[in-house]
Design a protein around this ligand. Sequence first.
Ligand SMILES: *[C@@H]1O[C@H](CO)[C@@H](O)[C@H](O)[C@H]1NC(C)=O
Ligand SMILES: *[C@@H]1O[C@H](CO)[C@@H](O)[C@H](O)[C@H]1NC(C)=O
Ligand SMILES: *[C@@H]1O[C@H](CO)[C@@H](O)[C@H](O)[C@H]1NC(C)=O
Length: 390
Amino acid sequence: MGTRINFKILFPTGLLIVLHLCEISMSCPSVCSCNGNQTDCSDLNQLISIDSIIDQLPSDSTFLNLSKNNFTTVEPGSFFNLSSLLYLDLSRNLLSTLHPLSFSKLNNLEILDLSENHLALLPVNLFSDLRRLAELVLKDNRLKELNPDQFKGLTELKRLDLSSNSLGSLPTHLLDGLHNLVWLSIVGNKLTTIQRNSLEQTSSLQHLLLEGNPWNCSCRLIPLKHKLEWILYRGGHVDSINCSSPTNLQGKDLRNVPTEMFKHCYSLYFETINPSVAGQIGSTVDCIRQRNRTVSVRRAAGTVAVAGVVCGVVCVLMAVSATYGCVYAMLAAHKQQQLKQENSQQRPLIVAKEPDLMKELKEDLMPSIRKETEAPECAEWMAFPPEVCV
Ligand SMILES: *[C@@H]1O[C@H](CO)[C@@H](O)[C@H](O)[C@H]1NC(C)=O
Ligand SMILES: *[C@@H]1O[C@H](CO)[C@@H](O)[C@H](O)[C@H]1NC(C)=O
Ligand SMILES: *[C@@H]1O[C@H](CO)[C@@H](O)[C@H](O)[C@H]1NC(C)=O
């Protein structure tokens, strides 16, 4: 009996003391649940603003979960006093607009989850304070395009999730400087191609997820194929890349399309783009030079010898392919003329029988036709993969 009375008196007093202590050392927003420096304010089911939660947060919070709250925006400077934050989850809200200063001062943040919101446009400098960011999740938003400098300065970024958006293209230099990027997903967008230089600087990439895009597997996608092959060769992971076009590759997985199928791209490149070929040899020499800087003089001499042999072989190959191309073109032109003459007398039987086969035959017979349409595009695309320099 006595203990019960004691309890009745002691409990509120104790509670008051505990509450008071909490206020001094580490307060917890009344609507959230806290555990050490971790604060969970998800799924609150009441009208409340981000700022009113943050006002009650201790400044040494490291983990803040604000997901599932129907928040529509993050005011500029909201996180000014929370530079200790390592993890911020804003997923599954209704965020549609963000301010350039929405995440400013979060210099230690390592993980930012913005998935399942309504973001269509991101301010250019949105992430510019997040120099320690290792993981950025933008999955399930409405992004149609990204600024080329959107991820500039995020040198620590390891994982970038852009899946389930409406991206129709990626700016060429979007991923420049992301040297530590290991995992990239662009699954479920509207991409048809990836620019040649886009993945050049992502040298740490081990997981590349590209499924669910209407890929156009033309000559332009060869650099991507090279990249995939390098990632796989290094023991990385690449998911399926189903070609939506051209028609002869429709439904095929780019990973399994034999390089042979892109042979015409290579021959076009060597036959028609003499100036760029010269440029290529220049850059090969450049990358050999770069290598020399870091190796010993003895090895450098060896490298020069090897480079000489390689250059020699390349030159011979070029000469051969140029000659071959000229002869080929002449023969093709001749054949074409003959065909025309025959056509004027009677319709070709083969065309009527097997239009597809004939199309392929024609493409093989007359590279000159494709040359005009595709060659200029191929030119910039056919450079050696950057890994040649590694
Ligand atoms: C968010 O909005 C939906 C409907 O728009 C509602 O059902 C849900 O309860 C809201 N959640 C919160 C946390 O207010
Ligand atoms: C940050 O903290 C300072 C002092 O503790 C306070 O005056 C200021 O209003 C706070 N800023 C925000 C945005 O909460
Ligand atoms: C695919 O790419 C080629 C070459 O860039 C282009 O000519 C063609 O129109 C593209 N096809 C589609 C369906 O986008």
